[in-house]
Design a protein around this ligand. Structure first.
Ligand SMILES: Cc1cc2nc3c(=O)[nH]c(=O)nc-3n(C[C@H](O)[C@H](O)[C@H](O)COP(=O)(O)OP(=O)(O)OC[C@H]3O[C@@H](n4cnc5c(N)ncnc54)[C@H](O)[C@@H]3O)c2cc1C
Length: 396
């Protein structure tokens, strides 16, 4: 069954929507709500759009939702990213141990697995919006709401008014801080380093996705089109201290890879130090509500999750689609947001929990123990869970 498309409404429920954050979730919901006919404005703290981020994997559940928002988005993603047809497991010397076909995604779930540079994906979404909809250099610091609307405040710009405020401002969301005030994210015990580089080495062939398993450490290798490769290195670490400067970041990674093979080390050696992003892996515990009055959370602001299942962006696209659908069906803001929470919270709670457990599994020596633990937690086998996750149908 195909999920329903987002279509223009004859009479939108409200007029003005303010979205905080021009990340993946904020941009996707902006496109969806504009298609319904709402006046949408997006406020982003960054001063410009730059080639940042690493590579990420887009999965059928996220792509199907984007397709229902606007089919051209998925067409452009398929042109800007790489379809994965084989996943390969390597050892730390760079030798291939096993290969698995990844083509069944398209057959089973209606969309392929696509790897893409975060920045290219952001550009695909930005290109769906008129220039005057996105307001850069707008860091939101607070909001106040009453029965008639929301007033939104910025650190260096005039306040704005809206009928609805969507906090799509990521894991350290300012909107969540005002709405819920649940403190800082939870550190999950491992650090991450990632970058995108131009590579003419044949460590990864077109259509391949690489996973290198080490001892309490691993690396993903993603093709992100146009001859660029994204490497992502992760390692268990009891503390989450950041390096003092970019040169120390790079030497830290190279030191940790000291006994890895040259083909893998050379990817890091070839990466300019200032392009390596270092950060702790964090999430937050699931919430029981994401909205109050005229304010709602979306994406990482609502349900930040460990990256183990690669669902951060994909579940944000589900949110964007569902929120728009709720606003096309309900007769009041309260009804729309209550439906949004009811449809999204149980599903994302399970994804958050499984993602946190999946994080432990990366470093487990006994994979079966971790798999059993997962099964006990959710009463679903790995295959059942994958079908439930990737074969997402909002109405079921
Ligand atoms: C620069 C960047 C690079 C990333 N790279 C990767 C990657 O390589 N791989 C991966 O798997 N995930 C990456 N992520 C995370 C991934 O995008 C999210 O997990 C997922 O897509 C959910 O998106 P989101 O829109 O909820 O949050 P995010 O994508 O984090 O977007 C939040 C947006 O809100 C803006 N913002 C934050 N606070 C404020 C404020 N107070 N006022 C105004 N704007 C604000 C941020 O600048 C950002 O643009 C990256 C996120 C960012 C911001």
């Amino acid at each position: 069954m195909k999920i329903p498309q987002i279509e223009k409404l004859s009479k939108p429920l409200i007029e003005k929507v303010a979205i905080i954050g021009a990340g993946l979730g904020g941009l996707a919901v902006a496109v969806a709500l504009r298609k319904l006919g709402y006046d949408v404005q997006v406020y982003e703290k960054a001063q410009d759009f730059r080639p940042v981020g690493g590579g990420l994997g887009l999965m059928p559940n996220g792509l199907n939702c984007l397709n229902a928002i606007e089919p051209e988005i998925v067409k452009n993603i398929r042109n800007s990213g790489c379809e994965v047809n084989t996943s390969i497991l390597k050892n730390t010397q760079g030798e291939t141990i096993r290969t698995n076909p990844a083509t069944r995604y398209q057959d089973k779930y209606g969309q392929p697995l696509v790897t893409i540079w975060w920045w290219h994906l952001q550009q695909v979404l930005v290109s769906q919006l008129p220039d005057d909809v996105i307001h850069l250099n707008h860091r939101c610091i607070d909001f106040k709401q009453d029965d008639s609307g929301v007033e939104i405040y910025f650190d260096a710009a005039q306040k704005v008014n809206a009928d609805l405020l969507i906090g799509a401002d990521g894991i350290n969301s300012a909107i969540r801080e005002v709405l819920i005030a649940d403190g800082k994210p939870r550190y999950l015990g491992s650090m991450s380093w990632r970058a995108v580089i131009q590579s003419n080495q044949d460590i990864l062939k077109p259509g391949e996705l690489g996973f290198v398993r080490g001892n309490k450490e691993f690396m993903y290798l993603l093709n992100v089109a146009d001859g660029y490769i994204s490497w992502l290195y992760r390692r268990l670490s009891s503390d989450c201290e950041l390096s003092q400067n970019v040169d120390l970041v790079k030497s830290r990674v190279l030191y940790q890879l000291a006994d890895w093979g040259e083909s893998l080390r050379s990817l890091v050696e070839a990466t300019p130090a200032e392009q390596i992003l270092e950060g702790p892996i964090c999430d937050r515990l699931p919430l029981n509500f994401w909205s109050q009055g005229r304010v709602a959370l979306l994406g990482d602001a609502a349900h930040p999750m460990a990256p183990a299942l690669g669902q951060g962006a994909n579940s944000a696209f589900e949110d964007a689609y569902e929120l728009a659908l709720c606003f096309s069906e309900a007769s009041s803001i309260q009804e729309a947001l209550a439906n949004y929470e009811q449809r999204r919270i149980p599903r994302t709670q399970l994804i958050q929990t499984r993602s946190a457990l999946g994080e432990m599994r990366y470093y487990e020596t006994d994979n079966e123990a971790a798999a059993r633990q997962m099964q006990e937690q959710s009463q679903m086998s790995s295959e059942e869970f994958q079908n439930w996750l990737l074969n997402y149908k909002p109405y079921e």
